[in-house]
Design a protein around this ligand. Structure first.
Ligand code: UD1
Ligand code: CA
Length: 477
């Protein structure tokens, strides 16, 4: 941040410690609390990603309840997480936040600025933490605080005049102290040298018999180290998740902020309250998105793309001018893999279409209602408009794939490819038994079951010949 003064002590490396050993009883779930998902990412992953945005030198995660699961979930280092080492430290048993921090001491270097975060507080912004770090000026204890209309349960910031003297926990507070509305958020920045010294002095002589990290404020005051409170007003940034209700509240707050950002970039949302982005949604100009759409993984929408109501779209790139009609499900695989989905310029998809992993659709392709496409390439202008299945198929330009037709790609053990060359017309209700190649310009008569390659430009028909028996009498009772 540019507001950090050029004092050399302010250039300390940032070491982030994330407390995540608590039980999370109120979630009433077998899953450790910090692994519950917000916007598609584990709560703890949000915090780790924030540490990445701070360019932290190291991240220490204190685990306890569900440690094995938590460590396994985070050990799979992807994306932003890959930039630093994550050190896991176990806290067994859990004797308080001060005790938790004591476990981290052996892995913390003396020259760093330690930023203390909680694994269940997912929406703190990196900017806010940069300001907190700046407030510590490389040598002071900086507390992130907020005024709450109902401060019940939180540690209160006790000041003498303006000067911070202590944090007093709810259960230890006097009646007057309980009237104080400025609370400690659970987030602080503190030079490692001071932190280590103060942690060694903690005791558990308090109402809860716990080692309180918050007691270090008293030691700072006693040692003449200034304590600064960086007070913010945005409660979402310090809100913790303790229950499914709070998780849902933060999810909505996150989604609304994200929706507002998209609209500020020019995306037209029918209703910002009815959009869920669980990953990364990139939009070119003039994109419009109708209500109740969910985007997952990496989704890119080109200029002028229109997304109809009630679509679920994961891992796909949708090119300019394409229209995705309502109730379409697009389910691609990881970006960069063959399963990532591509939809070409001006394509029309849906309503009620299903694109599965590996669907690669060229420009102006039409995929209509109740059409499923899996691991198939459709070249420019190919159409499958009604009730069809294209699996493991290579489809040429301008092919018309008739209503009710399917590729029979699976023999019970192996998958086989169907190749449909340019300008082929497949009638309705055909079965193309793979492996099979249909030559360019050919036509397949409706109701055919095609088991052999067809020559170019020919009409191929493979079905029982129609017979009519005159004066046929239906059976009667
Ligand atoms: C703590 C602060 C309080 C502050 C509040 C903000 C202390 C003593 N109090 O309260 O001033 O207002 O956070 O939410 O620090 N944890 C461990 N090991 C433990 C105990 C807790 O890892 O032994 C973790 C929890 O998983 C959680 C975090 O520390 O992520 C905070 O614990 P929590 O019990 O919520 O803190 P409080 O005591 O409520
Ligand atoms: Ca808490």
């Amino acid at each position: 941040m540019n507001d950090i003064s050029k004092n050399s002590k302010t250039d300390r490396a940032v070491d982030v410690v994330i407390m995540a050993a608590g039980k999370g009883t109120r979630m009433k779930s077998k899953l450790p609390k910090v692994l519950h998902r917000l916007a598609g990412r584990a709560l703890l992953q949000h915090v780790v990603d924030t540490a990445a945005a701070l360019a932290a030198r190291q991240v220490v995660i204190i685990t306890g309840h569900g440690a094995i699961e938590v460590e396994a979930a985070l050990a799979d280092k992807t994306g932003a997480t890959a930039r630093f080492d994550i050190n896991f430290v176990r806290q067994e048993p859990q004797l308080g936040t001060g005790h938790a921090m004591q476990q981290a001491v052996p892995v913390l270097k003396d020259d760093g600025m330690v930023v203390v975060l909680s694994g269940d507080v997912p929406l703190t912004q990196a900017d806010t933490l940069q300001q907190l770090i700046a407030a510590s000026a490389g040598q002071q204890l900086a507390l992130l605080t907020i005024e709450l209309t109902d401060p019940t349960g939180y540690g209160r910031i006790v000041r003498q005049g303006e000067v911070v003297q202590a944090i007093v926990e709810q259960k230890d507070a006097t009646v007057q102290q309980r009237e104080l509305c400025e609370v400690y958020s659970g987030i602080m920045a503190v030079p490692a040298v001071h932190l280590k010294k103060w942690l060694a002095r903690l005791d558990n002589q308090n109402a809860q018999g716990e080692y309180y990290l918050t007691d270090i404020v008293k030691f700072a005051v006693a040692d003449g180290v200034p304590v600064v409170a960086h007070k913010i007003t945005d409660a979402v940034q310090v809100a913790g998740v303790n229950s499914p209700v709070q998780l849902a509240e933060l999810e909505r707050a996150f989604q609304l902020r994200n929706a507002v950002q998209l609209m500020e970039q020019g995306v037209r949302l029918a209703d910002p309250a009815r959009l869920d982005v669980r990953g990364n949604l990139q939009c070119a100009p003039d994109v419009s998105i109708d209500v109740n759409c969910v985007f997952e993984g990496q989704v890119t929408l080109g200029e002028g793309v229109k997304i109809g109501a009630n679509c679920v779209i994961a891992n796909a790139s949708i090119a300019a001018g394409a229209v995705i009609h309502p109730f379409t499900h697009i389910e691609g695989g990881k970006p960069g893999s063959k399963d990532f989905i591509e939809v070409g310029e001006g394509a029309l998809i849906g309503p009620f279409a299903r694109l599965r992993p590996g669907a690669k659709l060229g420009a102006e392709v039409h995929i209509g209602n109740f059409v499923e496409v899996k691991n198939s390439t459709l070249a420019k202008g190919a159409k499958a408009n009604h009730l069809a299945y294209l699996g493991d198929a290579t489809v040429g330009e301008r092919v018309n794939f008739g209503a009710g037709s399917i590729t029979a790609n699976y023999d019970g053990a192996f998958k086989h490819r169907t190749v449909i060359e340019a300008d082929v017309h497949i009638g309705s209700n055909c079965v193309l038994i793979a492996p099979v190649t249909l030559g360019a310009g050919g036509t397949v008569g409706g109701g055919s079951t095609i088991t052999k390659d067809t020559p170019p430009d020919a009409l191929s028909v493979a079905r029982g010949k129609q017979v009519s028996i005159a004066n046929w009498k239906r059976p009667s009772k």
